[in-house]
Design a binder for this molecule. Structure first.
Ligand SMILES: CC(C)(COP(=O)(O)OP(=O)(O)OC[C@H]1O[C@@H](n2cnc3c(N)ncnc32)[C@H](O)[C@@H]1OP(=O)(O)O)[C@@H](O)C(=O)NCCC(=O)NCCS
Length: 202
């Protein structure tokens, strides 16, 4: 079953209570986004240090309107693809993680993406979250929805490379000078995880 967008949901979601966690790890709670997350999403996303390691479609500056549009986008899927990573005590938003299915003959491949508010960097939060979330995706999506997870990382982004390696992703290669942003040209590294990796205990 291909993953598909929903045309309902946004209005109903505005009256929802804070969603239950899909995952609880030692350093975070992962749950669906809630409308009350919007100010915190805008606050943490509106940071050039976050945006410069992400694809150019990530808005910078990042406004409340951008966060509202993001929230509505996350509601537009029958099975949500993007989740909030929250503080385990306060349940407040710290970070975002999600998957994006590729199209065409790569429809069973989903790209993993994530970002964390800068004030939370370096505490092991994303290593913890990505490790749990990648396994959750492969356990909760069918093989004909997600057979493989992959992530593309700028060569300069050592923190993210470490996150992926520690989460069990396999380094698959470097696409030389594949990326360019703000006039700078750089390599992009590809990391992958397939269902077989989990069976083999990677
Ligand atoms: C990449 C990012 C998610 C890492 O999250 P994090 O929770 O700070 O990462 P962790 O604390 O789990 O650290 C993972 C490793 O990276 C290292 N690290 C953290 N920040 C680093 C930095 N700025 N430079 C180099 N290494 C760094 C940590 O020391 C740790 O290494 P270790 O295992 O050898 O101790 C976060 O920095 C971020 O959101 N950056 C901006 C957006 C982004 O890059 N998204 C990913 C795009 S592919």
């Amino acid at each position: 079953m291909a993953l598909s967008a929903n045309t309902t949901g946004v209005t109903a979601s505005e009256t929802r209570p804070i969603p239950e966690p899909i995952l609880v790890t030692p350093r975070c709670i992962i749950r669906r986004f809630h409308i009350s997350d919007i100010p915190a999403v805008a606050h943490h996303a509106n940071n050039p240090n976050v945006a410069r390691r992400l694809r150019p479609h990530f808005p910078s500056p990042y406004t409340i309107a951008d966060a509202e549009a993001w929230y509505e986008h996350t509601c537009a899927w029958e099975k949500p693809l993007s989740y909030a990573i929250c503080d385990p005590v306060s349940n407040t938003f710290m970070a975002s993680i999600g998957i994006r299915p590729l199209g065409g003959d790569e429809t069973r491949t989903a790209e993993l993406g994530y970002w964390l508010g800068e004030e939370f960097w370096g505490r092991g939060i994303m290593t913890d979250a990505a490790t749990g979330f990648a396994r959750w995706v492969l356990e909760n999506f069918e093989p004909d929805e997600v057979e493989r997870l992959e992530a593309s990382v700028y060569a300069t982004n050592q923190a993210s490379q470490k996150v992926l390696t520690k989460a069990g992703f396999v380094y698959e290669g470097t696409r030389r000078r594949a990326g360019s942003k703000h006039g700078e040209v750089f390599d992009i590294l590809t990391y992958g995880m397939i269902r077989q990796d989990l069976k083999e205990g990677k």
